[in-house]
Design a protein. Structure first.
Length: 132
C-alpha cells in the first residue's frame, strides 16, 4: 500500500506538534517550506518529520530555537563544535540549578520563620518579599 502524501496535517500528527508550530518553524528557517503545486497541497518528505522530532527533542533538552538552528547547521559535521555547544548549554543549566537551589533555600527559611511567627498580624514572608 503506497504512503499517503505527507501534507502539513500528516507531518504535524507524526511529529506530535501543531500546524502553527510547523508554519512558525518554516518562517524562522528551521524547516523548509516545499513548493506548492498549481493544483494540490504541499508535500513534505519523511526527512521533515525527522527534523521536527529532532527540534522537539532538543527543546526538551533545554536548547533554544536559536541554539537548535546552530545544531542543525552543524548537521553531521564537527563533533567538537557540537560538543562546545552542549558544554555551554550544560554550564547555563548548572547555573540555573544553583540559582533555583538558592531560591528554594530562601523559601524554606521564610516558611520556617512563618511557622514560628507568634505575631497575629504580619507575615514574615510578605515582609521579606516587600524589602527586596
Amino acid at each position: 500500500m503506497p504512503n499517503k502524501p505527507a501534507t502539513i496535517n500528516i507531518i504535524a500528527k507524526k511529529a506530535g506538534i501543531g500546524l502553527e508550530t510547523i508554519r512558525y518553524y518554516q518562517r524562522i528557517g528551521l524547516i523548509e517550506k516545499p513548493e506548492k503545486p498549481l493544483s494540490g497541497y504541499r508535500v513534505y518528505g519523511e526527512d521533515t518529520v525527522a527534523r521536527l522530532l529532532f527540534i522537539q527533542r532538543a527543546k526538551e533538552l533545554g536548547f533554544s530555537l536559536t541554539e537548535i538552528s546552530n545544531l542543525l547547521a552543524l548537521d553531521d559535521g564537527s563533533c567538537l563544535e557540537t560538543k562546545e555547544l552542549a558544554i555551554h548549554k550544560l554550564d547555563i543549566i548548572k547555573s540555573k540549578l544553583q540559582d533555583l537551589q538558592a531560591i528554594a533555600s530562601t523559601l524554606e527559611k521564610l516558611i520556617q520563620s512563618c511557622e514560628s511567627n507568634s505575631v497575629p498580624h504580619g507575615c514574615p514572608i510578605i515582609t521579606a518579599i516587600s524589602k527586596k
